[in-house]
Design a protein around this ligand. Sequence first.
Ligand code: NAP
Length: 295
Amino acid sequence: MISTNAQTKLLGLLGNPVGHSLSPIIHSNLAKNCNENYAYLAFAVETQKLADAVKGGYALGVQGFNVTVPHKKEVMQYLADVDDKAALIGAVNTLVRTETGFKGYNTDMPGLLRAMAYDGICLKGKHVVILGAGGVANAAVCAMLEADVAGILVLNRTVQKALELADYFNRAYGTDKVRAAAFSDDFYSVMEKMDSDDSKQSWIAIQATSVGMYPNVTQCVMEDEKFYKKVAVGYDLIMNPAVTMFMKRVKQSGGEAYNGVRMLLFQGVLAYELWTGHKISDELATKVLHILENN
Ligand code: NAP
């Protein structure tokens, strides 16, 4: 058992299921290395008990929660306040204790930006294609707009979701940078219009679908070789396996490929910073990253 005492403050995770979550590893190692007296527990909470869990956690003095699938939207109605960017994205993954209740934040969005910066990826002025239009794709589109990329193309199996996502963020940011298409459309002509210098591998591709996740490790949402010839950097948000089929295809075409572990790490780092007010150095983040990668 971890060593606790009467001063230990509690942090936790609300989700269902939570049995495979890496968040307890991230936060227990951050607290240990910062020499801070926090314990972090994962709570499997059914949707109909979510209101009780938030209220009960507050009554017990819990300092903060992470929130994961399936509660990221649902939880918002039980909070005292929601940060503007989290409200825009429509999902909360971090609750911070305030005088009047918990305030909700979304650290997935800045977590992706901090992970890409950590990996040395420059976004400003680049063209980005996002595969997927689900929950994490929302955070990714918002992140790319915040990073002032030149253009974003969202590709999704269900084209309606991609169109709605593009329309929503174009309106919110007063821009027309976000385009949408289906995987089955001729999206290459859209890419060529967006990036007239289409002769080189210049696109950044963010893989935000669940296709290729363990145990379906031989699957890849994009099979076409022509696509990979346009990709300089492939960022797969999947964490398991560590090297996805998408990443293999990017590398085979000469691009750089990354998995989703650093996004997970940095959304946790940002949550920890919100809870404690302490800045986590890249050096400590790297230490925790190695622990996650060897887990
Ligand atoms: P989600 O809301 O359920 O969205 C799933 C997405 O995958 C949708 O775009 C869906 O397309 C697409 N998809 C699913 N099966 C497909 C198939 N057979 N063919 C084509 N497209 C398919 O899930 P999410 O929360 O966005 O998560 C997506 C992935 O991101 C997961 O692998 C998750 O682990 C990962 N993730 C990583 C982090 C991180 O910190 N690294 C954080 C959050 C999520 P349709 O719209 O057509 O159904």
